[in-house]
Design a protein around this ligand. Structure first.
Ligand code: IMP
Length: 194
């Protein structure tokens, strides 16, 4: 028997990536947009609180279990910024180009360019689930000034994985999923759900 599960996102890439690992263990994943769920507010200062808010919101409006993710890039010399503010670091409306420009400007005087991507996933069985299932992942790298690569999104052209000598925008999607913060979190969540 399959269990319907709502993904608290309308990102088609995420839906596909998540469904690949969740279908084999019995979940039938649907984007929240299919149920006319509007985007939830993400007002909190931690990734886990924002993911929990998104999962609860989707579950409350659909009456089904829900899964939400929250992620961002954390730069050590900037005290972890942009962190939870990654999507809108450069202001409204959100723009990858403005985000990257602001990141490079703030980092230009810093010697330490180390950074990491972070992702947390939260699964709730119902909106008031007292024991949400939580998994996270982290992917270390460093910020480079010159963009490279055309894959991925967001900060990927400026996020170098030194061991590979490539930015995350130079990785094929499957290669990225095998290593990324989101891939790590998803595989950890699948183990817990099993
Ligand atoms: P969200 O959790 O999908 O809303 O992602 C938050 C923001 O973090 C995105 O808009 C990107 O700016 C950034 N981000 C998260 N994951 C990645 C990634 O894998 N590559 C590039 N940027 C990312």
């Amino acid at each position: 028997m399959t269990q319907r599960l709502i993904l608290a996102s309308n990102n088609a890439g995420k839906l596909k990536e998540f469904a690949q690992l969740l279908s084999p263990i019995g979940f039938d994943l649907h984007a929240q947009g299919e149920f006319d769920v509007p985007e939830a507010e993400e007002p909190f200062g931690t990734f886990v609180e924002n993911a929990l808010a998104k999962a609860r919101h989707a579950s409350r409006l659909t009456g089904l279990p829900a899964l939400a993710d929250d992620s961002g890039v954390c730069v050590n010399a900037l005290g972890g910024a942009p962190g939870v503010h990654s999507a809108r670091f450069g202001g409204e409306p959100k723009s990858d180009e403005r985000n990257n420009r602001k990141l490079l400007a703030e980092l230009s005087t810093k010697a330490d360019k180390s950074a990491y991507y972070y992702c947390v996933l939260v699964y709730v069985r119902h909106p008031d689930d007292p024991q949400p299932i939580i998994a996270d992942g982290r992917w270390d790298g460093e910020i480079v000034v010159t963009p490279r690569g055309a894959n991925g999104f967001g900060y990927d052209p400026h996020f170098l994985i030194p061991a590979l000598g490539k930015t995350t925008a130079e990785l094929e999607p499957q290669e990225k999923n095998a290593l990324s913060h989101r891939g790590q979190a998803l595989r950890a969540l699948v183990e817990k759900l099993k």
